[in-house]
Design a protein around this ligand. Structure first.
Ligand code: ZN
Length: 559
């Protein structure tokens, strides 16, 4: 069905809650396994329907923000979501406590139950006031950061606008752009410290109330870590220090040489090529048309998928007045329809939509027949494999975007994928220390960050830039404030994506086969099981990371 023909039905939150509660009652009264299965199926279908209505409203609102009706609908959903979640949680509780649980586990496997247990472990009614406090604080941080505005180059600029100047070939311009950002942050450091102090305090209280030693455990439960623990993540970090960091030092030396500086400072990090970063050729329409060609040629599966997306108008990627900013991939589950939203602007980010977001959409499409729907939901560490690996698996078609700049694009993509890993790992290690010792002072915290910089990014020189040289760069990392322990997910997915890249250098068809197998399994396995099932090296064995860096070094040396 075409997106415009999909019918939106306005729902009232009271009706949704009543429906879920009545299903819950029916579930608890069921006396046979078949009855229980039948009620669950009804719940599954109803949840899909509710989610579809929410996503249709959300998508239509972002396509045309001036449409009053969908703007109101989206707002209504945002306000009522926690109430619906509460009702669903009660239903899940019944599922966990059902006398038929053993039978259900036999039928569906136990991962659904494992995940539900994890989310229950991070919650109890006693912590509700603390959660509200936590939300209030994260909202304060977001509001503070959103208020960013500075006078620069004769204009009033937002953070992304100013960021563009940090890529200028003129060293003085990019230096003053970075200084403008850091001095704005520096003027607000007391506020940033106050919010973070309170966040660490309330999160530690939440952990104590739930009966855990530190917030780290709660953070792991919140992130749905169902197959690896702190010790394994520590081993992963060791592998990063041992194998990825030395390679990134080498890459940064090349970077410095290329742009003609002696050492890389904060204001050089985004200026990568003296001739400018590679840009896709052609109009946004031509870029989109090449995207279609890629998936038609890649495999039978992607061909079917891309035709489904195009026939049903499930792409809205060209810029139009009234559209919201940004890009995303969302699904309308009752039609098994992924939807991709973006604003093409003729830069490399358009290509990213056609590889990264399409990776997410393809994963949705390819797992559409899995039941229960809960098995199609996965944590971020799995979701980002689908997208980041697709970025690499579409390399053979990049020439159609970048022409003579293709080699430069490859190099930029590979280097940025590798360089993001030490940074993300550092963000992760920082948070482990913070929640282990929640009482350390502000200075100790910043010193800790500087020590980690020296360990993970020894090539970076921030002397002379206030705020950065004081060890406060972490205060710009939203996730540290709003989504604790999120960052390592990106790093793990990136490592797996790079494993697919390394494999594709040897045998493309082998890499694609494995990718397809992993994607089709969706959330029916844990992260660790999926990797094992796809026969990929575990990132939790430090020396396995060498398998990737060896191929990368070989590839880079050939250039
Ligand atoms: Zn993504």
């Amino acid at each position: 069905m075409k997106f415009n023909d999909m019918k939106y039905e306005k729902l009232e939150v009271e009706d949704i809650i009543e429906k879920i509660s009545s299903l819950n009652e029916k579930f608890n009264k069921a006396e046979t396994k078949d009855e229980v299965l039948a009620v669950y199926k009804e719940y599954d279908e109803y949840s899909k329907y509710v989610q579809s209505m929410y996503h249709i409203a959300y998508i239509r609102n972002t396509i045309d923000t001036t449409d009053q009706y969908y703007s109101e609908q989206k707002e209504y959903w945002n306000n009522t979501f926690p109430l619906i979640q509460e009702a669903s949680q009660k239903f899940e509780e019944s599922l966990l406590n059902s006398k038929f649980r053993k039978d259900l586990e036999l039928e569906w496997g136990n991962i659904m139950f494992l995940n539900m247990e994890l989310s229950q472990k991070a919650f109890s009614p006693e912590i509700v006031p603390m959660l509200q406090e936590e939300n209030k604080l994260t909202a304060e941080y977001q509001k503070l950061m959103a208020s960013f505005q500075v006078e620069f180059d004769g204009k009033t600029l937002t953070m992304p606008q100013l960021f563009a100047y940090s890529q200028s070939p003129d060293k003085d311009i990019r230096k003053s752009a970075v200084e403008a950002i850091s001095s704005w942050m520096n003027d607000r450091k007391l506020e940033l410290d106050r919010i973070f102090d309170s966040l660490v305090k309330v999160r530690t209280e939440i952990a104590k109330e739930l009966g855990y030693e530190s917030f780290t455990q709660v953070g792991y439960y919140r992130m749905n870590r169902n197959s690896y623990d702190e010790k394994m993540v520590k081993r992963f970090r060791e592998g990063v220090v041992k194998h990825i960091v030395p390679l990134t030092i080498k890459l940064k030396e090349q970077h410095a040489e290329r742009i003609g500086v002696e050492k890389i400072t904060a204001y050089d990090t985004f200026f990568l090529y003296p001739q400018g970063n590679p840009k896709p050729k052609g109009t946004p329409e031509e870029i989109l048309a090449h995207g279609k060609r890629i998936y038609e040629e890649l495999s039978e599966e992607t061909k079917e998928f891309i035709n489904f997306m195009i026939e049903n108008d499930l792409f809205d990627v060209l810029s139009k007045p009234g559209k919201a900013v940004g890009g995303y991939c969302a699904e309308i589950p009752i039609y098994n329809a992924p939807f991709i939203f973006a604003n093409f602007n003729g830069t490399v980010s358009d290509v990213n939509v056609l590889t990264h977001e399409v990776g997410h959409a393809f994963a949705d499409y390819t797992s559409k027949n899995i039941y229960p729907t809960a098995l199609r939901r996965y944590s971020f560490d799995i979701a980002e494999i689908h997208s980041m690996a697709m970025e690499f698996l579409t390399w053979p078609w990049m020439e159609g975007f970048f022409g003579e700049e293709t080699e430069t694009y490859y190099e930029m993509h590979l280097a940025s994928a590798l360089e993001m890993i030490p940074y993300g790992t550092m963000v992760d290690e920082f948070q482990h220390h913070i929640y282990e010792k929640p009482d350390i002072t502000i200075d100790e915290r910043n010193t800790l960050w500087l020590e980690l910089e020296a360990k993970y990014r020894p090539w970076l020189h921030n002397e002379g830039i206030p705020f950065y040289e004081d060890g406060r760069l972490w205060q710009r990392q939203t996730h540290i404030y709003t989504s604790p322990f999120y960052y390592i997910d990106y790093c793990l997915s990136q490592i797996i994506a790079l494993s697919f890249w390394a494999l594709s250098q040897k045998s493309y068809s082998d890499a694609w086969e494995k990718y397809l197998r992993l994607t089709r399994l969706a959330g029916t396995r844990t992260f660790v099981d999926l990797i094992e099932n796809a026969d990929l090296p575990s990132p939790f064995v430090p020396d396995n990371l060498k398998l990737i860096t060896d191929v990368a070094v070989e590839w880079l040396d050939k250039k």
